[in-house]
Design a protein around this ligand. Structure first.
Ligand code: PPE
Length: 305
């Protein structure tokens, strides 16, 4: 990965190499942390953070679900992020805030430990490959089930949840695919290990609701807004695997994945096996919006200066 100069930790900007932690850090053993993934894009007015408010609000929501009280407010975290991008001289990049139980005592109760907060930012290109963004990727239906709220809260972006995602990701890669799609414990479609999924049939676009154990994606919401503005109908409903096979087009959304078409699932071609016209239209608008080229979406961006 491309290292930057500084990482912010508990109020201070420290050198990237010095942002280390004790091996008995609570979160390292028990996954007791909450995090975010945010992108900043290059715009004519300098780097702009995409939906900063929404991402830091979700960090606070994740903490609330886990009974954690964060040290820094949404506004404080946004200010730090602006400063971090500027100090690191990043014109665009990926931002990773993380709040976790640090080092003091071992044992399952995290609360006696301090909560440490960090924000890192670095250059990060396409998540599923430049070719994937244009041509679409190949997915595997995972043998792993997406965690449900009786086991782990799927709406919290908590570090522990990502062991489930990592298992699904590794399985898909080991089987020669680019990415996984997970069912929930009811057997309907949940999402990818780090992406929401959209299913296009004619002029209607379907995506699973929160109750199907999908993270409420911020990119997903943006894609849905764009789709509606382009004249498509967006419907949140439970979906079965068959509906994916029979879709005209499929795409993933995510901060890292942005908008990535899916061209195949388990050996079955989706639609015409390429990025479809609806996906392309949404993608094109999305990339213009994040780069500050469309005034109607300008409130999605927070500039550093
Ligand atoms: N579902 C999951 C499980 C998920 O992790 C993400 C983001 C999404 C949906 C999309 O949400 P949003 O980013 O708000 O549109 N996954 C983050 C982590 C990826 C990683 O590999 O790390 C991300 O995209 O930043």
């Amino acid at each position: 990965m491309k290292e930057s100069k500084y990482i912010w930790k508990n109020g201070n900007f420290i050198n990237w190499q010095d942002a280390t932690t004790h091996v008995l850090t609570h979160a390292l053993h028990y996954g007791t942390g909450v995090f975010e993934g945010i992108r900043a894009y290059q715009t004519p007015q300098g780097p702009a953070i995409f939906k900063a408010q929404e991402h830091y609000k979700r960090l606070h929501d994740s903490a609330k679900i886990y009974g954690m009280t964060l040290t820094y407010s949404v506004d404080e975290l946004i200010d730090v992020t602006k400063e971090l991008l500027t100090k690191n001289e990043l014109s665009s990049g990926y931002i990773r805030p993380l709040a976790y139980y640090g080092y003091k005592v071992m044992g399952l109760n995290p609360r006696p430990n301090p909560i440490d907060t960090i924000i890192a930012a670095w250059e990060w290109g396409t998540y599923l490959g430049d070719e994937g963004i244009e041509k679409g990727i190949r997915c595997k239906m995972s043998s792993w089930t997406r965690l449900d709220s009786r086991i782990m809260p799927p709406l919290a972006k908590a570090t522990a949840n990502y062991a489930n995602s990592a298992l699904a990701k590794m399985e898909a890669l080991d089987c020669g695919y680019d990415e996984a799609i997970l069912l929930n414990s009811n057997g309907t479609i949940a999402e990818g290990p780090g992406e929401n999924i959209f299913v296009i049939v004619g002029n209607t676009i379907y995506t699973p609701p929160a109750s199907d154990c999908a993270l409420m994606g911020i990119t997903a919401k943006s894609a849905a807004t764009i789709a509606e503005d382009l004249g498509y109908k967006v419907v949140y409903k439970s979906l079965i695997r068959d509906e994916l096979f029979l879709a005209d087009e499929l795409f993933f959304t995510g901060t890292a994945a942005e908008i990535t078409p899916i061209r195949e699932i388990d050996g079955r071609q989706i639609g015409n096996g390429k990025r479809g016209p609806v996906t392309e239209a949404i993608q094109t608008t999305f990339f213009k919006a994040v780069k500050g080229e469309l005034s109607q979406y300008k409130n999605w961006l927070t500039y550093c200066k």
